[in-house]
Design a binder for this molecule. Structure first.
Ligand code: NAG
Ligand code: NAG
Ligand code: NAG
Ligand code: NAG
Ligand code: NAG
Ligand code: NAG
Ligand code: NAG
Length: 402
């Protein structure tokens, strides 16, 4: 379908990619392509949350070197967050029966990352939110995320990618922060998608801003319906087992808690990822309020298989004041701090997190042991209450270095 691929721009960027080290092993050229998602139709106050199966993606046995995206309009202009808030996009990998329709009810096997959450929670390969425009995702040589290995794809299946895009059009809304934090009262939502009443303690979060929901508008506000796209850029190299070191992806969730299940000697660790949490307003006044109102949350999680840390980044929502991943004895593995915008233009929207800082330790310098207990810390500014916020830590680890 034409609109799935309005612009496919193949650039051979052999020498344009900044290399962190002065090696030039680039016989294997970095390829880059820009794709557009299917059309996403927004009206003022409307939530769009789509699962887009089988989106355009590089084919073949490859190593992914970076992935990032942003919302654009039909003319290809970047859309600022104060018009359409990008709650998140995530990229998931699946094996799908060949020649099946791209609907959501087809038999698919999710190819999960190595992360800890139960079931299919947070099993994406890449994912970002409002910070998408100023967050680095590139993977230094000789590392990469392997995909499309024909030897791993079950017979009769093909590898496909699913993009979940969740955006909220906040043009003309009564309360922008409330709509972006998915406050249930603003969406007039009291039940979950199965029609069961939500707990009265549930003030907001993803359950209240499903696809198609409407956030309350200012009286008499009129705004046009418009079509947007997630424009995403993938960089990759052809697979080369001699020269590429594959990476494992872990995602840690601050709300996750671990419990050991010992059923007649069979030990397993159970997880309980809530994904979202609320930050209470701090109990302080005056100067103390300005200084001390930080909500610090921590959780302790065990990484089954460690490795050398190659990349790390956190994910937080507005109000976020940074997140840190610690190893044993409190050593800092990576700290990721938000950048807030200061203006109006896309990529610099005041009040929004427009970027998260990343870690690129010198490969070999940060090693995580198998079974090491890690601590995730997520800090929020609690001078005001925040609903449905997140604290994730995403890392890439290699089992050997070059
Ligand atoms: C599914 O999506 C792919 C990729 O966009 C497309 O080539 C294919 O025609 C679609 N299949 C159906 C049955 O719509
Ligand atoms: C799957 O969804 C398609 C449309 O999205 C529908 O036509 C088809 O009947 C569904 N199949 C099953 C088995 O539910
Ligand atoms: C909110 O939802 C209830 C029932 O679910 C409906 O009766 C009411 O009209 C809605 N209010 C608004 C402002 O949409
Ligand atoms: C503990 O693990 C066993 C399998 O080893 C499983 O059947 C059981 O449901 C688990 N217990 C809990 C409380 O989840
Ligand atoms: C698990 O339970 C068995 C008894 O069923 C006990 O002998 C063993 O020590 C327990 N292991 C741990 C790690 O708690
Ligand atoms: C704030 O803290 C003080 C002392 O710890 C307590 O007496 C007061 O009730 C608290 N106020 C609120 C609104 O929680
Ligand atoms: C928290 O946010 C308030 C209001 O946005 C601001 O005045 C304050 O300086 C912030 N506090 C910290 C510790 O960043």
């Amino acid at each position: 379908m034409i609109q799935w691929c309005l612009c496919l721009l193949m650039l051979l960027l052999a020498n344009n990619i900044p290399h962190s080290e002065a090696t030039s092993r680039s016989e294997n050229k970095i390829k880059s392509a820009v794709f557009l998602s299917p059309k996403l139709t927004f009206g003022p106050g409307v939530v769009v949350n789509k699962l887009l199966y089988n989106v355009d993606f590089p084919k073949g046995h490859i190593a992914i070197k970076s992935f990032n995206g942003e919302l654009v309009d039909e003319a290809g202009n970047s859309v600022p967050l104060h018009e359409t808030y990008l709650h998140h996009w995530v990229l998931e990998r699946y094996y799908q029966l060949k020649d099946s329709a791209n609907s959501s009810n087809v038999t698919r096997i999710q190819v999960k990352n190595s992360g800890l959450c139960e079931g299919s929670f947070l099993r994406q390969y890449f994912g970002l939110g409002s910070e998408t425009r100023k967050t680095e995702t590139h993977i230094p040589d000789p590392y990469g995320i392997e995909a499309g290995n024909p030897a791993e794809i079950p017979y009769g299946y093909e590898e496909i990618w699913m993009l979940n895009v969740h955006g909220i059009d906040t043009r003309g809304v009564e309360n922008t922060l409330g709509c972006t934090e998915c406050w249930c009262d603003l969406y007039n939502v009291t039940e979950n998608i199965n029609g069961q009443p939500l707990s009265p303690n549930y003030k907001g979060g993803l359950l209240c801003c499903n696809d198609g929901k409407q956030c309350r508008l200012r009286k008499n506000y009129k705004g046009a319906i418009r079509n947007l796209y997630l424009r995403y850029t993938v960089k990759w190299v052809d697979w080369d087992s001699k020269n590429i070191i594959p990476l494992n992806i872990y995602i840690f969730d601050i709300t996750d808690t671990e419990r050991v299940n010992n059923t007649s000697g069979i030990i397993s660790i159970q997880h309980n990822c809530q994904i979202e949490y609320d930050v209470q307003t701090c109990n302080a006044t005056g100067v103390a309020r300005k200084k001390r109102c930080i909500d610090a949350k921590t959780t302790s999680l065990t990484i089954p298989t460690g490795g050398y840390l190659i990349y790390g980044v956190g994910h937080q929502h507005a109000g976020g004041a940074g997140t840190t991943l610690y190893g044993k004895h409190g050593r800092v593995l990576c700290s990721s701090l938000p950048t807030y915008g200061k203006g109006k233009e896309a990529g610099n929207e005041a009040g929004y997190i427009v970027g998260m800082s990343t870690c690129y330790p010198k490969p070999g310098s940060v090693k995580i042991a198998d079974g090491e207990k890690l601590v995730v810390e997520s800090n929020y500014n609690s001078t005001q209450e925040h609903i449905g916020v997140m604290g994730l830590f995403y890392i890439l680890v290699a089992d050997r270095i070059a």
